[in-house]
Design a protein around this ligand. Structure first.
Ligand SMILES: NC(=O)C1=CN([C@@H]2O[C@H](COP(=O)(O)OP(=O)(O)OC[C@H]3O[C@@H](n4cnc5c(N)ncnc54)[C@H](O)[C@@H]3O)[C@@H](O)[C@H]2O)C=CC1
Ligand SMILES: O=C(O)C(=O)[C@H](O)COP(=O)(O)O
Length: 375
């Protein structure tokens, strides 16, 4: 059996080698010819899987994307061809939520203003939005939650509309899927008019898809002097991003919000599980067996630890400024995709065990750290 897998997907050999021969490909330059005689295709977000790509796929039984987003896959076409399809819902939700927390704490430090008391607006309260909502629950922030689909389904009674979020939140973060048509279209959900609703000193974060915010409109607002602080992980027209924006964006990263080692590896594991289910097999391989020991695993707090140290602790595990620095120093020389492919290892908060947390135990546990109870 032939398995074709994106070269940026970890652990494919560990999970899939028992089923056949694994060959790797470059996600952006896959051609239809490479799909001849292939049984299983495993992609990431940069590969368009559609009728044109699959025109020569004579044996394809299964397509898996090790991502949350599915806007690059024509799932209707796959269903018509009888090709099974699976994505990896929630695989890197923790990573994206931790990216947002790192951004907010960095903004908080740089502006010498605490997060407590601020209003955080979350647009899209699915796996990522919900994970973020839970992680920040002990930080003393007021939350405004916007998800019309969940509201209509009766699972988010506290929903507020997007215009209210934009007008009232101090921090706005986007976690919607990219949907290009229909009543809940999200392409340019935040357009020039909606941007104009933002508070003068708002912090705006996008780690969903670049097209959700009209990048030209954002640039024009910022050039005209809008005082927002902006963090963009995703951009319109990746990898050829609007570089004029960089001068106005405080934290600019190369679509890596979800790229913890755990998040990427979980994506592969979920495809392995989906493939096993399709084959009627037991999925008995565990992810933990394949993950390396993190470089830092334990941290003991001192009695002098205060609220102001929370940012330092979070940034010990993940500081968005590292990735902003990589983009700014290396984008011109190396390019967007090279930086994504060679992304330095990043681990989740849960890999750090904290002792002596005392009064900070609840907030740190809520954020996702492994807190050792003290008596
Ligand atoms: N930057 C990165 O590295 C990553 C980006 N993503 C992006 O984040 C998106 C969201 O991920 P999840 O939360 O896991 O997806 P999800 O499908 O669990 O949740 C998305 C939520 O957005 C809501 N939604 C849809 N249209 C909306 C609208 N017009 N206004 C407000 N809410 C709306 C849905 O009802 C749903 O609850 C993904 O589709 C993907 O594009 C995901 C992972 C990593
Ligand atoms: O899961 C998603 O959706 C994402 O955006 C990924 O985390 C990042 O995409 P790729 O690494 O697959 O390009």
């Amino acid at each position: 059996m032939k398995i074709l897998a994106d070269q940026n997907m970890p652990l494919v050999e560990a999970f899939f080698a028992e089923f056949g021969e694994v060959t790797r490909f470059d996600g952006r330059s896959l051609t239809p010819e490479q799909l001849i005689d292939v049984d299983v295709l495993l992609v990431r977000s940069v590969t368009k899987v559609n009728a044109a790509m699959l025109q020569n796929a004579n044996k394809l039984k299964f397509v898996g994307t090790a991502t949350i987003g599915v806007d690059h896959v024509d799932s209707v076409y796959l269903a018509e061809r009888g090709i099974a399809f699976s994505s990896a819902p929630g695989c890197n939700a923790i990573a994206v939520a931790e990216y947002v927390i790192s951004v907010m704490l960095a903004f908080s430090q740089e502006n010498a203003t605490p997060l407590a008391g601020k209003t955080l607006g979350i647009i899209g309260v699915g796996n990522i939005g919900q994970c973020l909502r839970e992680k920040v629950a002990s930080l003393g922030m007021k939350l405004l939650l916007c998800d019309p689909l969940r509201h209509e389904a009766g699972s988010l009674p506290e929903h507020v509309d997007v215009d209210t979020v934009l007008a009232e939140a101090d921090i706005v973060t986007c976690h919607v899927p990219l949907v290009k048509t229909g009543a809940h279209c999200t392409k340019h959900l935040i357009d020039a008019q909606r941007l104009a609703r933002l508070k003068p000193n708002a912090w705006l974060i996008n780690a969903s898809r670049g097209d959700v915010i009209d990048n030209q409109a954002l640039l024009q607002h910022l050039q005209r002097g809008a005082g927002w602080q902006v963090a963009l992980d995703v951009w319109e027209n990746e990898p050829h991003i609007l570089t004029d924006l960089l001068a106005y964006v405080r934290f600019a990263t190369v679509h890596i919000a979800g790229h913890t080692l755990e998040g990427k590896a979980r994506g592969t594991q979920m495809l392995y599980q989906a493939w096993c289910q399709l084959q009627g097999l037991n999925a008995d391989k565990a992810l933990a067996a394949f993950l390396p020991e993190p470089a830092v695993t334990a941290c003991q707090l001192q009695a002098t630890f205060t609220d102001a140290d929370l940012g330092r602790l979070v940034h010990l595990i993940y500081d968005v400024r590292r990735d902003d620095g990589l983009l700014r120093s290396r984008l011109a020389a190396d390019g967007f995709d090279y930086l994504r492919k060679n992304y330095p290892v990043r681990r989740e908060f849960s890999t750090l065990t904290i002792t002596n947390a005392n009064d900070f135990a609840p907030v740190l546990a809520q954020l996702g750290f492994a807190v050792v109870a003290t008596h």
